[in-house]
Design a protein around this ligand. Structure first.
Ligand SMILES: Cc1cc2nc3c(=O)[nH]c(=O)nc-3n(C[C@H](O)[C@H](O)[C@H](O)COP(=O)(O)OP(=O)(O)OC[C@H]3O[C@@H](n4cnc5c(N)ncnc54)[C@H](O)[C@@H]3O)c2cc1C
Length: 350
């Protein structure tokens, strides 16, 4: 499309079709300059969203027909390869022409997963390596969080501040009212400073959620999980959910990667799960070992090979920092995993 054509189409309204994974369609009119998410919310289209800043990825959609541009003035947590494939964040996207956008979840998802607010009480804070803590909180007995999906995240308010940060549960619904998180403690940061300097058993932490469309699809196909650092958290929740649901017929491969040996954590937990689930193959990777490391010496995505893709419908879940997830996605696609079967959660600061 030429620049003059684009300028022309931007001045007209556009017909937007929102198509959900269960085939349900909603039609709405977008006014010039109106963000796709605003169009959806104004017309009661049940899309998911959360941060409204283009950071969290909850409002992701895929352009199937027509032209939809991104408002790049906003922070965008989309990988360049995802944008190329037609993915957009609807809170930062504009319909330039009539278009069809697909949502990777059923039309009932938002209704079935409303956000809840509760107060959690810290019951454990354990340093599991030099810069990662395992935080366990107890929610009230009658907590409404029992509808969260393995893989989703909540927002935690940092005590003594007005700041909220996102964290993926490593525990499952069955463990409620307990919720467990693995959190990397940065050298400086609002939550990191709290965890390092002030957090104590008995502290009360407001919880809001659950959010996100990174959740276990649990179709009866092989599952590949690639986690970098604390990106392991949602994978633990997914693996435990698969185990609780007796998912034993198809392989589940978890590639967990860190830079150095000292960055690894939850090794006992992973070993225990491998014992419990014969179809679970855990591949722990260290990319830059400092000592004698006899495990995989590579980044996690390189622990997956073409031999692992035994089914064209293999599902993949990637979680960790953006550079790792982008690289892992490119690799899986080159090995034959369908792009639409790859689900990604980016651990970026909001
Ligand atoms: C969906 C989602 C799920 C997540 N799940 C997890 C999880 O399970 N585990 C996990 O460890 N993390 C997770 N994260 C990341 C997490 O939300 C936080 O971003 C992370 O813990 C850092 O928070 P913080 O408050 O310590 O740091 P922040 O205060 O947010 O600071 C982040 C960085 O920015 C720098 N910074 C802060 N303010 C400034 C400034 N004014 N100028 C320049 N630099 C600045 C800090 O030094 C720090 O390095 C997730 C993120 C998302 C989006």
């Amino acid at each position: 499309m030429s620049a003059s054509e684009a300028a022309q189409v931007l001045e007209t309204e556009a017909q937007v079709t929102f198509r959900f994974s269960d085939g349900v369609e909603y039609h709405a009119i977008s006014q010039p300059g109106e963000l796709l998410l605003d169009v959806a919310r104004k017309n009661d289209v049940p899309v998911t969203w959360q941060c409204l800043t283009g950071s969290c990825g909850s409002c992701i959609c895929k352009v199937e027909e027509g032209e939809v541009s991104s408002d790049t003035g906003r922070l965008l947590s989309l990988l360049p390869s995802e944008a190329k494939e037609g993915l957009r964040l609807s809170c930062a996207a504009l319909a330039d022409t009539d278009c069809v956008v697909e949502l990777d979840y059923p039309s009932t998802f938002s209704e079935d997963h409303e956000a809840h607010q509760d107060i959690g009480t810290v019951t454990e804070l354990e340093w599991v390596n030099h810069n990662t803590v395992r935080l366990v909180m107890e929610l009230p007995e009658d907590t409404a969080f029992e509808d969260f999906e393995a893989g989703q995240y909540v927002q935690l308010q940092v005590p003594g501040t007005e700041e909220w940060r996102s964290y993926s549960m490593s525990s499952t619904v069955k463990e409620l009212p307990e919720m467990t998180f693995y959190i990397r403690v940065l050298e400086s940061g609002v939550m990191s400073d709290y965890l390092r300097e002030r957090c104590q058993v008995g502290d009360q932490i407001p919880v809001d959620g659950a959010y996100g469309v990174f959740y276990l699809r649990e179709e009866k196909v092989p599952q590949i999980m690639i986690a970098g650092g604390t990106g392991l958290a949602p994978m633990l929740s997914m693996i435990d959910t698969l185990r609780q649901n007796n998912f034993r017929r198809k392989p589940v491969i978890l590639a967990f990667g860190c830079s150095h040996e000292k960055d690894l954590f939850a090794q006992d937990e992973l070993e225990m799960r491998s014992d419990w689930m014969p179809n679970l193959d855990v591949r722990t990777c260290v990319s830059r070992p400092e000592g004698e490391w006899d495990g995989n010496q590579c980044r996690a995505q390189f622990a997956i090979t073409a031999d692992d893709i035994t089914d064209e419908d293999t599902l993949a879940y990637l979680c960790g920092p953006p550079a790792m997830t982008e690289d892992a996605k490119t690799r899986l696609i080159s090995l034959g995993v369908k792009a639409e079967n790859i689900h990604v959660e980016l651990f970026e600061s909001l």
